[in-house]
Design a protein around this ligand. Structure first.
Ligand code: SF4
Length: 462
């Protein structure tokens, strides 16, 4: 056992949040205690994201801050884990602050690496130069064991947990670094996933979110049988104690699409929410991105989703300023956003990621000013749509799963001000702010909506 303290800072997507929960749990079981203070910690780990340059710059700036702390506490150990660790590998050890580098495929080794570094040993790097090769059986088993042994108690939000359905990605969208840092697509065995969901339900988890870079492509074969995401949703629905089931992120592909929508329509526990990034409305840009659909096919998929699950809420992602994006390409993207009627959209300015096909083959030829103005315009178009869709909730009652205290209580004026301001989400992923007792965190509550804004509904606890 150890009495050293560890502080973990996490950047990036839900996959990273899940990895952070697993690492936290593994370190606790190895005898370390967790601390909120980086300044006082014996070990600081940063779980990194490489998807956008901005995310990496934040990590670099954080490392600069830690280097400063290390001047007065040189014994402090700093580790970089996650996608940036895999992308940069040994180069990260050249940074004065960094002692440990550990890629996503090596996280089962994290407690060992931390212990070694604390003992002053130098071999504290675990990344692979064969990230695109199929993991050997031992490594695959180590990842499975790590996944099922840890993370049950360590959750970001009370009553909720992420469960990995798939690792990696084989899609090679030209702008994306994920296939190069998270390796080939592997679907986890359904039995292992359901076992984990059962354990989480026993520990009081009401909502599980199945994760995969293209979670709708989940496919597991054993003997003559093949399981797809719809099968997994049906099996998860049978787990007693699990109340809501979500899955992210979906890739616009017709394979299994109808089956998944039908499962959503049939199974009350499966939340009527689909996050399905389009990235562009221009077929020319979609081809350049190596996305395997057209704008027309994408819109047909949304129409089908709404026909099978009438109250479905749909969210999208877009990249503006991709190489070669003309004003006409951008205008058809605006047009697609108007037709898609998303609940909300995540809109990013293109930034080349080293090692990706877009970076190697395409010139980043759209000026930053143009990217910014397209970003602002697309956000404004979406904001109007979100505003109209949110307004439909006025005076209605909704059920939310309560997450905890609202992060910006001073900004929101809701009724019942003597109680703390809480935040929750509907099954269709609408954020709801209301006043109520903090004991509701992790529980379901009914709220009457009294005011709406594009991204938030406000109401009173019933
Ligand atoms: S589907 Fe495309 S964008 Fe998503 S993780 Fe795979 S390569 Fe990246």
């Amino acid at each position: 056992m150890s009495d050293e303290t560890v502080h973990i800072k996490s950047y990036g997507c839900q996959m990273n949040k899940l990895d952070t929960a697993l690492v936290t749990s593994a370190l606790k079981k190895a005898g370390f205690s967790l601390t909120d203070s980086a300044k006082e910690a014996d070990v600081v780990l940063i779980n990194t994201c490489s998807v956008r340059d901005h995310a990496e710059q934040r990590v670099i700036s954080h490392l600069g801050h830690l280097q400063h702390i290390k001047k007065s506490r040189p014994e402090m150990i700093v580790g970089v884990i996650g996608c940036m660790a895999q992308r940069l590998g040994v180069k990260l050890l050249e940074h004065n602050a960094v002692d440990i580098v550990c890629g996503p495929a090596q996280i089962p080794q994290i407690a060992k690496l931390v212990t070694k570094a604390l003992q002053g040993k130098k071999e504290t790097i675990a990344v692979t130069d064969k990230i695109r090769q199929k993991t050997d059986e031992d490594q695959a088993q180590a990842l499975e064991d790590f996944e099922s042994a840890y993370g049950i108690e360590d959750r970001y939000i009370p009553g909720q947990a992420y469960v990995r359905a798939m690792r990696g990605c084989d899609n090679f969208c030209t702008y994306c670094i994920v296939p190069f840092v998270r390796g080939p697509e592997v679907s986890r065995p359904p039995k292992a996933i359901i076992e984990q969901i059962k354990k989480l339900a026993d520990a009081g988890v009401k909502q599980v979110t199945l994760l995969g870079q293209r979670v709708n492509a989940y496919k597991y074969k054993s003997g003559k049988k093949t399981w797809c995401l719809a099968d997994l949703l049906r099996m998860a629905s049978d787990v007693e104690g699990t109340e809501w089931i979500r899955f992210v992120t979906s890739y616009p592909s017709e394979e299994f699409f109808d089956e998944i929508l039908q499962a959503m329509a049939d199974l009350p526990k499966v939340c009527n929410y689909l996050h399905i990034p389009a990235q562009s409305g221009s077929d020319k840009i979609l081809r350049a991105m190596n996305r395997h659909y057209t704008a027309g096919r994408y819109l047909a998929m949304l129409a089908k989703a709404r026909a099978i699950v009438p109250d479905i809420a749909i969210a999208g992602d877009f990249i503006v300023g991709f190489p070669g994006e003309t004003q006409a390409d951008f205008e058809v993207t605006v047009d697609l956003v108007k037709k898609a009627q998303y609940k909300n959209c995540f809109i990013f300015k293109y930034s080349p990621r080293p090692g990706t096909n877009a970076d190697k083959r395409l010139q980043d030829d759209i000026p930053l000013e143009v990217k910014k103005s397209r970003n602002i315009k697309l956000l404004a178009v979406q904001e109007k749509i979100s505003e109209q869709l949110s307004a439909e909730f006025l005076d209605k009652e909704v059920t939310v799963l309560v997450e905890g205290l609202s992060k910006k209580p001073h900004l929101n004026d809701t009724e019942g001000g003597d109680k703390p301001q809480l935040i929750g989400r509907t099954a269709t992923d609408y954020i709801v702010v209301f006043n109520g007792p903090l004991s509701l965190a992790g529980q379901f509550a009914k709220v009457k909506i009294t005011k709406t804004s594009p991204l938030t509904l406000f109401g009173a606890l019933i």
